[in-house]
Design a protein around this ligand. Structure first.
Ligand SMILES: [Zn+2]
Length: 125
């Protein structure tokens, strides 16, 4: 068992888990906002960070047959979305390797690159 390394996204619009605040992705990786997850609205991203991938599974969706892996938040092990492994419909192939993030269970916050990223204590002079 290795150490768990959390990726800290430090700029732009960041999407994090609303339960444990782990960063999951940022706006620069957004592909499409026009998706539906188990909890309603979902976005498609190029990739997510700080997630574990579950077992590959076959799933039938409104857009056809897919092979997917559920993605678990590394902070609280909640399912936050899934990764498309394979799409059987030609028109859906662009989704392969990309990730769905459930928007209703995430929080979005804008992080300024100039703001302090950690609580470094300021030494009194
Ligand atoms: Zn979490």
């Amino acid at each position: 068992m290795g150490m768990v390394h959390f990726v800290y996204l430090s700029s732009g619009l960041v999407y994090s888990c609303c339960k444990c605040s782990t960063h999951l992705t940022d706006h620069s990786r957004l592909v499409s906002e026009n998706f539906h997850g188990r909890h309603g609205r979902a976005f498609l991203f190029q990739d997510l960070v700080n997630v574990y991938e579950g077992e590959e599974a076959h799933r039938t969706m409104t857009t056809g047959e897919h092979r997917v892996r559920d993605l678990y938040c590394m902070g609280c092990m909640r399912v936050v979305g899934w990764r498309y492994i394979k799409a059987y419909e030609k028109t859906e192939r662009y989704k392969e390797r990309k990730c769905i993030l459930e928007i209703n269970i995430t929080r979005q916050s804008r992080i300024s690159p100039t703001s302090p990223t950690s609580s470094t204590s300021i030494a009194s002079i």
